[in-house]
Design a protein around this ligand. Structure first.
Ligand SMILES: [Zn+2]
Length: 274
């Protein structure tokens, strides 16, 4: 029983993380907003004063073959060969996304390294050209690999204060992957009641007025300058994404592209400042 646990432990990278020196900060399953409102998720992000490391963990049985010419990764298991998503491309895409994520955030520029770690000790890893891509390793080589990265960089890119700030910022930016409200309740887009509810009497269908761009409630005769923001927030939670201009017009029941644009801008400004 004990042996089995040990074996399983070694299949997870956690076992190897304990051999790292204290410079390293680890973050697991980080999910961030990326380019064009996409999301990207990183198995393990490792931070130290010299670099940031993206680690993609693969626990695959069988034999793995990297064919560089075709950028493909083949896996052979029980005499069946299949092509799997190439983790080298995955980590490069994650690096791009992360670089984009750091744009305009006042952090010092720091090199981003990528690692694909195979955790199953029985996996055979081959390539059609030698040597194996530099970022592909077996899990047991991880501590050594990270410390090599560390010693081969000739300077620190960050102070430990900056590093901790960065880690906090990443934690705060983490967006847990929850099923959308639509999926959870098996709702259809058409089931959602459109329009803006009145914040004072809660009745639906506020209308736009020319008066300072406010919305007007025909039930309680009051004006609101903020009701559309609440509505955009709710609709984006329901849709589990940022809304397009067209969706905003449909949900808020407004016709003008420009008004929708202005409202979406106002809303995203509010998100930034919150
Ligand atoms: Zn009202």
């Amino acid at each position: 029983m004990k042996r089995e646990l040990g074996y399983q432990g070694e299949q997870s990278l956690d076992y190897y993380y304990q051999f790292l020196n204290d410079d390293f900060l680890l973050m697991h399953d980080l999910r961030l907003r990326g380019i064009n409102q996409t999301f990207f998720q990183i198995d393990t992000l490792i931070l130290c004063p010299q670099f940031i490391g993206i680690i993609e963990v693969k626990n695959l049985a069988g034999s793995i073959r990297f064919e560089n010419s075709a950028s493909q990764m083949l896996r052979k298991l029980n005499d069946v060969v299949e092509s799997l998503p190439n983790p080298l491309i995955q980590v490069r895409r994650q690096r791009l996304q992360l670089q984009h994520f750091f744009l305009n955030q006042n952090f010092p520029s720091i090199p981003i390294k990528t690692i694909v770690a195979f955790t199953n000790p029985t996996t055979i890893i081959e390539t059609d050209h030698n040597p194996l891509p530099n970022s592909v390793i077996r899990a047991e080589a991880l501590p050594e690999k990270l410390e090599n990265f560390q010693t081969s960089s000739n300077k620190n890119s960050m102070t430990s204060d900056q590093l901790i700030k960065l880690a906090h910022f990443l934690c705060q930016s983490h967006l847990p992957d929850q099923p959308s409200v639509l999926q959870t309740y098996k709702l259809n887009y058409v089931d959602i009641r459109k329009g803006v509810d009145c914040p004072f009497c809660n009745r639906p269908f506020m209308t736009r007025t020319e008066k300072n761009g406010s919305l007007y409630c025909a039930h309680c005769f009051r004006f609101s300058k903020k009701a559309h923001l609440q509505a955009l927030e709710e609709f984006s939670v329901i849709m589990d994404k940022s809304l397009t201009n067209k969706e905003a017009r449909e949900f808020l029941l407004i016709e003008s592209r420009h008004t929708a644009y202005r409202m979406l801008n106002e809303w995203s400004g509010m998100l930034k400042n919150s």
